[in-house]
Design a protein. Structure first.
Length: 156
């Protein structure tokens, strides 16, 4: 059975994240979406809220589950017996950063990384940018699953 972890902060989960989840769900027998927990970072959504949103948007995919991790991603991969990490790439700068991480992760534990290029309509979307636009009153509904959009508006 092939199992992969799709990690991220998902604060909030975007249509770009959902696209990667959907595509990974086709490519692997099981996908674990790993929401990173880092107490040092200030997020808009709590860990529980991010897990709830991810659980809701991943519900159509029977082979996708949601988990959280604190610490090294490769330790989480080992704990769930996942030999592969899935990463979405928006640009060349994402690739430059993620390639070094992939090489280090492989050196540390043998975990491989698969890169999925984002769909063109999601190439410029980031959670940080979405939050900034929403805080300033701009429309962000086209970039978020409807349930996530509603939660973002409620939160702001």
């Amino acid at each position: 059975m092939s199992r992969a972890v799709f990690p991220g902060t998902f604060d909030p989960p975007t249509n770009g994240h959902l696209d990667v989840i959907a595509r990974a769900a086709v490519a692997f027998d099981e996908v674990i979406v790993g929401a990173g927990v880092n107490q040092a970072k200030q997020r808009l959504f709590s860990d529980a809220e991010r897990v709830e949103m991810l659980t809701e948007i991943a519900a159509p995919f029977g082979n996708v589950t949601i988990g959280t991790f604190d610490g090294l991603l490769v330790d989480f991969c080992r704990s769930v017996d996942a030999p592969v990490i899935v990463k979405g790439l928006r640009s060349g700068s994402d690739y430059d950063y993620e390639l070094r991480m992939a090489q280090m992760n492989h050196k540390l534990t043998g975990v491989d990384t698969v890169f999925l290029p984002t769909a063109p309509e999601n190439g410029y979307v980031s959670s940080s940018l979405i939050k900034e636009i929403a805080r300033l009153g701009g429309p962000v509904d086209a970039f978020l699953p409807p349930a996530v959009h509603a939660r973002l508006l409620d939160k702001l």
